[in-house]
Structures are given as C-alpha cells and as structure tokens.
Design a protein around this ligand. Structure first.
Ligand code: ARG
Length: 275
C-alpha cells in the first residue's frame, strides 16, 4: 500500500461545463466551503498515516483538483516506479496531464507514453489497483475507451501486470471509482448496476468478498470512498456499508465533500496514491 498521496488545492475549482450527470445543474461552487472541505480531506489522509504532497493548481484548469484522473501510477519492483499519462475525453481537462507528468518526472518516475490516438484513458478514475496489488481493474464505456484500456493492458504485459477490463453501463457511474472500491485484499465494495453482466461476473469470480450497495448509496458516492490504512474515508455511510466495513475491520470516516459532488467527484477522485 502506498504511503504518500498527491492532492491539488481547489483554488481554481469550478463547475463550468457538463461532463457527467452530476454537473447538469451547473451549480455554482462556494470557494470557501470547497477549500474547507478539501482541507478536511487532506487532514483525514494525514491522520490515517499518509504523507500528503501537493501539486500547484493551474488557473483555468477547473477540474485539476481531481488529481486521480490525469495519470496512472505503477510500480513493479525491481523496475523503477512509472506513470502512464492519460488522454482525457474532455478537451478542457487535457492540459492537466502535462502538469502531472512534469511533477512525476521531476521526482524520477519513468514515463510510459502510450500512442492513444483517438482513444481515451482517464488515469485512476478508471484504472484501479486491486487491494492486493495483483492486478489492475480497468473501467471503460463513458470516459476511458476499450481501445485505451487495451493499449494500456498491452503496455503493462511486459511488466507482468494483468489488466481486467470492466464495462460500465450507467452514466451515473461514468468512472470505475464511482462504483468500485477495493477494501482489503480479497474484498471490494461495488454498485452492481453499474456493470455489464459479464463484467459483474468477472468481479465476482476474482474477488472472494464482494459487498454490494444499492443505487441510493451508490448515488451518494459511497463507492468513491477510499480504504486507507484501516480507515475508510467516505462521503457517506449507511447501515449496510458500516456492516461491510466492520466485517473488513475498517473504520468509516465520513467527510463532507458536497462542493465536489456538484462536479461528480469525491474523496477517491481528489487523491492520487504514489510511493
Ligand atoms: N468534473 C470531473 C469530471 O467530470 C469529475 C471527475 C471525478 N473524478 C473521478 N475520479 N471520478 O471529469
């Protein structure tokens, strides 16, 4: 498990353009509340035992606060840690990528460039390490394309990192991190309605303990919670979720991220784990 987490301050965060169903209201962001909520998220990672590092926010890049999306971070010792730059579906987010690439390059990370062509790949919004580090689950359908995921999988093969594509079928769960949260090695919290039947079967056949939430919990972004050293940092929690967490020995920490939910994001989207 990573010990460090990268976050981007919400200085220029806004809801400007509809990129997902949660943004349809184009609800104005309260910058003071957003800053306060983001500070609380930072603090929650620190108290869970993570070292928090920051990337400078860039004017006009209103979604850069969602640090999970522009790049994928990987490590297969003895090889050097690396990143895979993504290609964002919305033009307004494409410029974020190079700022993250520069940040990681300055820290010695190898850059694994893919020739994505017309395909899209949205970093850890869609590419999620299994809790045991054995494989990467790869969502596609709304943001990342199947072509992007296949190109990513091909680049991971020489490093013996296996990638399992999962087809997303409900636009409210447009990124995999909106409906799939690894808890512990061998367990995951999911919203089953977000997946095609074949993809759901893949999850169930590979992960021994699959906890399912209902649509209401899922729309409250509970699957965007993050399992972090014995805690589960989440925007919401219900009896059913608390029961699953208790079985996995995870303590829920509920964080108000209402300003970021206006943009279709919460705790998981705000962070990028690395080591
Ligand atoms: N407004 C952002 C977008 O639609 C939200 C991104 C949320 N990030 C995530 N990892 N789900 O692109």
């Amino acid at each position: 498990m990573a010990n460090r987490v990268l976050l981007c301050p919400p200085t220029f965060f806004e809801v400007r353009e509809v990129k997902n169903p949660y943004m349809r209201g184009l609800l104005p962001v309260d910058p003071v509340r957003a800053q306060h909520q983001w500070d609380t998220v930072c603090e929650a990672f620190r108290s869970a035992g993570f070292e928090v590092e920051l990337i400078d926010p860039v004017p006009e890049l209103e979604d850069m606060v969602f640090a999970a999306n522009p790049v994928f971070v990987g490590h297969r010792p003895p090889q050097a840690p690396f990143i895979v730059p993504g290609r964002m579906r919305y033009v307004s987010r494409r410029k974020e990528v190079r700022h993250f690439v520069d940040w990681f390059r300055a820290r010695g990370y190898k850059i694994v460039e893919l020739d994505l062509g017309d395909d899209f790949l949205e970093g850890h919004g869609d590419l999620i390490w299994d809790a045991d580090g054995s494989r990467v689950w790869a969502g596609h359908g709304f943001r990342s394309t199947i072509g992007g995921v296949e190109k990513f999988a091909a680049a991971m093969r020489p490093m013996e990192i296996s990638v399992i594509p999962l087809q997303l079928v409900d636009e409210h769960f447009y990124h995999l991190d909106a409906c799939f949260a690894p808890l512990r090695p061998g367990s995951v919290l999911i919203y089953p309605g977000a997946f095609s039947p074949e993809s759901l079967e893949l999850i169930r056949s590979h992960i021994p303990r699959v906890y399912e939430v209902d649509r209401e919990d899922a729309l409250n972004f509970v699957c965007n919670g993050v399992s972090a050293k014995g805690k589960f940092l989440t925007p919401s929690s219900t009896h059913c979720v608390r029961e699953a967490l208790a079985r996995e020995g995870l303590e829920p920490v509920v964080l108000d991220t209402s300003e970021f939910l206006k943009s279709g994001g919460s705790v998981c989207c705000l962070k990028l784990f690395f080591d």
